[in-house]
Design a protein around this ligand. Sequence first.
Ligand code: SAH
Ligand code: DHB
Ligand code: MG
Length: 232
Amino acid sequence: MAQRPSAPEELRRWSDVDAFIGAMVQVTDADLEAALADSRAAGLPEIQVSPLQGKFLHLLARLRGARRILELGTLGGYSTLWLARALPPDGHLVSLELSPEHARVARANLARAGMGGRAEIRIGPALEGLERLRSETVAPFDLVFIDADKPRYPEYLERVLGLTRPGSAIVVDNVARRGDILEEASPDPNVQGVRRMYEMIARDRRLSATALQTVGVKGHDGFLLAVVLEGP
Ligand code: SAH
Ligand code: DHB
Ligand code: MG
C-alpha cells in the first residue's frame, strides 16, 4: 500500500528547501544525474533516497571509515552510488536486489561512475542473499543500509546483526511513513513491518538506536540509525 501523499503545499515547501540546501552543499554531479535519468528512462519507480539523504549516507559511511558496506534494496543504484563513493579504492559493497531489471540498471549506473569494481549487485530475495553471506562467513560489514521490502524489516535486522560487529552502523529507510507507524491496527504490511522492527529494537540489547523524522522531496518519513554494541 502506498503512503498517502503529503498536502501539496507542504510538499512544495519541503521540496523547495531540499533544493535550496542541495544547491549549497553539492549533492549532484553528472554520474548521479545520469543514474537518475537512466532509472527513470527504464521505468523504475522514483523512490530512491533524496539527494540530501544520499549524501547523508555517504558522509555516515565516511565517518564510520567503512571498508565494507551492505545494502538491502538497490533499485537503480542511486543510494548504492553514494555509498560506494565513500569507500576506499579497495573497499567493497554488496547490494541485494530482487529485480533483475533493477539490478541491470544499477550495474550500468555504477559502471558509468567507475564504481563497478567495488560495488557488487546480487540478484534475488534479500533473505536468501543474507543467508548466502552468512554461509560465506564474509568479514563483518561496517555499515548496512536496509531499504528493501518493509514487511521483512524485522527479519532483515535480525540477520544483519549476524553480519556486523560492535561499532557497525545500521541505517534503515522509511521508518516514519508519514506517521502511519502510529496505527497499531494498520492493515498496511509495510507499516506492520516497521512497527515490528521497532518492537524488536525496543527489546534488543545488541543495538543502540535512534531515528530522525525527515521532510523533503519524499514527503514525511524517517531514517533510523543503530550502532551495534559490544556483547555482554
Ligand atoms: N536503496 C534504493 C531504493 C530501494 S527501493 C535507493 O535509495 O536508491 C526498494 C528496492 O527493494 C526495490 O528495487 C525492490 O525491487 C527491492 N526489493 C523488494 N523486495 C525485495 C526483496 N525481497 N529482496 C531484495 N530486494 C527487494
Ligand atoms: C517508497 C519509498 C521508499 O524510500 C522505499 O524504499 C519504498 C517505497 C514509497 O514512497 O512508496
Ligand atoms: Mg526507501
